[in-house]
Design a protein around this ligand. Structure first.
Ligand SMILES: [Zn+2]
Length: 485
């Protein structure tokens, strides 16, 4: 029996009739025809595309057909596949959903990680607080990262202080990570460092002084570690720096080392070939700087043998000192840089407290600076990895009213270092604030200095008596006779 059914699209009707032949039970077939024709899939897009229309029609028909065909009935291959797919549709759907979810999660995570690495979520970056991380591979362009570079404010310094440590130690030398080799076979001892710093603030353990001062108010504080480095020149006769003089240059250095050793004059000597000799071990005082004053932001130091490490260049300083082979040479300056790094790292020494003998030396009897003049000008601070400490204000002037005279100015080449002029200006301003003349203030400060110095000297001699120390703790360096008058 052929049932004629009316529908807008004859292709659909034809297909429904064609598929209905698989149903053998007449009532089922009729039911299928009615239901399927009533579900005509009306799609404007499918209407325009031939193959899509065929596919849509067949899908709709097969969906109806698989519902009415019994499970065990014989089917043509096309129907069998569809029928099987229809029966497994729920497990397939569940599996597909799970698979899609997993794929979506993995993809999402990957996208998030990449976005985060690119800094898209960095709020600080968006508000402009942080320099963006720029990665260019391969890179000819500098890579900018958020990490701060290693603290090394002065490029001249080369190694950061924490990069300097002792690598090796034998009975003859110590080898350091910055390349320095310190020769130790001539090492001698005096006494461990032991001194009073004049602190600007009252320490917890206050030491009472047997005198009152008028203008200078400091608090003695007991210390036993070096706080600074003092650079000297040995004022030796120099031979020409030439290969033919090799053995004679070495002979002179060896005599010098022996002399320094006997007098316990310096902690270190740098010879003309840049070799570093440890003479008086650096945790002991040396007789390099008798009457002297230096100060930092925490304290003033008077008589620096105990508080400063003495480092001497074999050489002959004058106001016209030049860096050249026959004078102070490059090997010595480089060794000074390495030794300074080692000592600053070992004792945590402030840059400000690495100064020259000429800057700290005083004559306490006439309150004049510059009794010793070695390195009073011309010290190559930058080449030694230090800031220019000629700009520091000498505490001898600012705190104790010391002066310089014409002879001093002439001896250092006529030009004062900047710190002296700044110190004079500060003293003048202080006098004005206190309502007195600069000379009046100077006199009061000088008087105060003598009180402190006498007390320090007394404490020193008491300490010697109590511990039966035999060493001298004086200034054994010969002063220069450069004064013209
Ligand atoms: Zn000196």
């Amino acid at each position: 029996m052929r049932t004629s059914l009316e529908h807008p699209d004859p292709t659909y009707t034809r297909l429904v009739e064609q598929y209905s032949t698989f149903i053998t039970v007449p009532s089922e077939k009729l039911k299928f025809l009615r239901t399927t024709l009533g579900k005509y899939p009306n799609s404007p897009l499918a209407d325009r595309v031939g193959w899509l229309k065929q596919l849509t029609f067949r899908k709709a028909i097969l969906e109806e057909l698989v519902q009415v065909l019994p499970a065990d009935s014989p089917k043509p291959p096309e129907i069998a596949v569809i029928y099987w797919l229809y029966r497994v549709r729920y497990p397939v759907f569940l599996f597909s959903t799970l698979a899609s979810t997993i794929v979506a999660l993995v993809l999402g995570q990957w996208l998030y990680q990449n976005a985060r690495q690119a800094g898209i979520f960095d709020l600080r970056l968006q508000s402009g607080q942080v320099t963006p991380k720029v990665i260019v591979v391969p890179s000819l362009v500098p890579v900018i990262t958020n990490e701060t570079t290693k603290a090394n404010p002065d490029p001249v310094e080369g190694f950061a202080l924490e990069d300097v440590w002792m690598v090796d130690k034998t009975s003859d030398f110590e080898q350091y990570s910055n390349g320095a080799r310190i020769l130790t076979q001539h090492e001698v001892e005096t006494e461990p460092r032991d001194f009073f710093a004049l602190s600007r603030k009252a320490p917890k353990k206050k030491i009472s002084l047997p005198f009152d001062t008028e203008q200078a108010n400091f608090y003695p504080e007991h210390k036993d570690k070096p706080i600074g480095i003092l650079y000297h020149v040995t004022q030796s006769d120099l031979l020409p720096f030439e290969p033919t003089y090799n053995s004679r240059i070495k002979g002179k250095s060896s005599h010098l080392i022996e002399y320094v050793r006997q007098e316990k004059l310096y902690n270190y000597v740098i010879d003309r070939f840049g070799q570093i000799y440890s003479i008086v071990r650096d945790d002991h005082y040396a007789n390099h700087s008798g009457n002297s004053i230096w100060g930092d932001d925490t304290a003033i130091y008077v008589r620096l043998n105990h508080s400063f490490i003495g480092v001497a260049f074999e050489g002959n300083w004058s106001a016209s000192v030049k860096l050249n082979p026959d004078d102070i040479n490059e090997a010595q300056i480089y060794s000074c840089k390495l030794l300074t790094q080692i000592l600053r790292n070992k004792y945590k020494i402030k840059n400000t407290n690495c100064v020259t003998h000429g800057q700290v030396s005083i004559n306490p009897s006439d309150y004049l600076i510059g009794f010793h003049l070695d390195w009073a000008i011309g010290f190559p601070y930058a080449s030694c990895g230090l800031k220019n400490n000629y700009e520091e204000l000498p505490a001898s002037i600012t705190e104790f009213g010391f002066k310089y005279d014409r002879g001093f100015q002439k001896a250092i080449g006529g030009k004062l270092w900047p710190g002296i002029e700044l110190a004079e200006a500060r003293l003048k301003a202080r006098a004005k604030d206190s309502g007195m003349s600069t000379e009046e203030l100077r006199k009061k400060l000088q008087k105060d200095f003598t009180l402190y110095l006498n007390w320090i000297n007394k404490m020193r001699s008491l300490s010697k008596v109590n511990t039966s120390k035999s060493d001298e703790d004086i200034d054994k360096e010969k002063p220069l006779k450069l004064f013209g008058d």
